[in-house]
Design a protein around this ligand. Structure first.
Ligand SMILES: [Zn+2]
Length: 281
C-alpha cells in the first residue's frame, strides 16, 4: 500500500502497480534499496542462506524507517570459494553483475534516481562496487553503497576480533547475527564437539595481531597468502579461531541497530540534497 506517497508495505513484490506509482509520484525523493547476500555453506550450525536472510531483515528495516522500496533480487551471490562444501549455490560474477545492472536499469527506466546497494556477503563486494560504478554511468542514476559506522566502541571491538581471530565467516560474530535475526534456523547443538578448523602456519598466525606496530604491512601480506578456496584456510568451513558458542545475540542486535541507524541517517541526509543537474534526464 501507498497513500500520498507514504508506504505501508516496503517490499516491491508486495506493492500493487498503483501503490508503486503513488509512491513514485508523491515521495519527494524516492529511494530503492537493493540487498544481496549468498547461499553458501556456513559451517555446521548456520543456515545456507545466512547472508541473504540477514540482508532481508536489514534492508526491510531501513526501508520502513525511510519510506523506501526494497528489493532482494536474488538469493545466491558470488561464492565459488565455498563450492567444496555442499549446499553452496554460486552465481558467476557476470551473473551477479547482470542481476544488479538489470535491477537498477528497470527502476531507472521508471524514473527512480536514487539507489542504495546493501551487501551482506564479502565475496560480493567487488562485483557490487563494479555494478555501482557501471550503473551510474549506464543509467545516469545516483547509486551508493554506504558502510558504517566504523568508529563506534562496538564497531571497533568487533573489528578487533575480526583481525585477531579471523571472525569473518560462521564465527561468533556471524553466529550472533544469525541468533539475533533467525534463531529458529540455527542448530547450535551441532557444535557440541566444536574445535577450531583453521589451518594456518604459525608464521601467518603471528600476523593476526592488530597491536603489532607493523600490522598495516603484515595484515596485507597475510591476505596475500590466503588460498582462493575456503578449504585452504579451514577444515570445517568456519573461518574464525574462536568458538561460535560464545556468540552474543545482544551484541549483534546493538551492532545491527547502529548499522540501520547509520543507513537511515545517510538516506535522510542524501534526500535533503536535490538530485544534481548532471543526473537529470
Ligand atoms: Zn555469511
Amino acid at each position: 500500500m501507498s497513500q500520498n506517497g507514504k508506504l505501508s508495505r516496503f517490499w516491491i513484490q508486495e506493492l500493487t502497480r498503483p501503490a508503486f506509482e503513488d509512491w513514485l509520484e508523491n515521495e519527494l525523493e524516492p529511494v530503492v534499496i537493493i540487498g544481496i547476500g549468498a547461499i553458501e555453506q556456513h559451517g555446521l550450525h548456520l543456515p545456507l542462506g545466512t547472508d541473504s536472510l540477514g540482508c532481508l531483515e536489514f534492508i526491510h528495516e531501513v526501508a520502513s524507517r525511510t519510506n523506501s522500496v526494497c528489493i532482494h533480487p536474488c538469493w545466491p551471490g558470488f561464492s565459488p570459494h565455498h563450492m567444496s562444501f555442499p549446499g553452496t549455490v554460486t552465481f558467476s560474477s557476470e551473473t551477479l553483475l547482470g542481476v544488479l545492472m538489470d535491477t537498477v536499469g528497470s527502476f531507472a527506466h521508471h524514473g527512480v534516481k536514487r539507489f542504495i546497494l546493501v551487501n551482506h556477503h564479502g565475496g560480493n563486494t567487488q562485483t557490487m562496487n563494479l555494478a555501482a560504478q557501471l550503473a551510474k554511468r549506464e543509467y545516469n542514476v545516483m547509486i551508493a553503497a554506504p558502510e558504517g559506522p566504523k568508529e563506534t566502541e562496538l564497531a571497533k571491538k568487533i573489528q578487533e576480533r575480526v583481525q585477531r581471530f579471523l571472525e569473518v565467516h560462521s564465527g561468533p560474530r556471524e553466529t550472533a547475527y544469525a541468533l539475533h535475526y533467525f534463531p529458529e534456523l540455527c542448530e547450535m547443538w551441532r557444535l557440541d564437539d566444536w574445535e577450531s578448523g583453521v589451518i594456518l602456519s604459525d608464521r601467518l598466525r603471528e600476523f593476526m595481531d592488530p597491536d603489532r606496530e607493523d600490522y598495516e604491512l603484515v595484515s596485507q601480506v597475510f591476505d596475500a597468502c590466503l588460498g582462493p578456496n575456503t578449504e585452504d584456510t579451514t577444515r570445517n568451513g568456519q573461518y574464525a579461531t574462536t568458538d561460535p558458542r560464545t556468540a552474543d545475540p545482544k551484541e549483534a542486535e546493538a551492532s545491527m541497530e547502529e548499522a540501520v541507524q547509520f543507513m537511515v541517517d545517510f538516506i535522510e541526509l542524501w534526500k535533503s540534497i536535490p538530485v544534481p543537474k548532471c543526473f537529470l534526464d
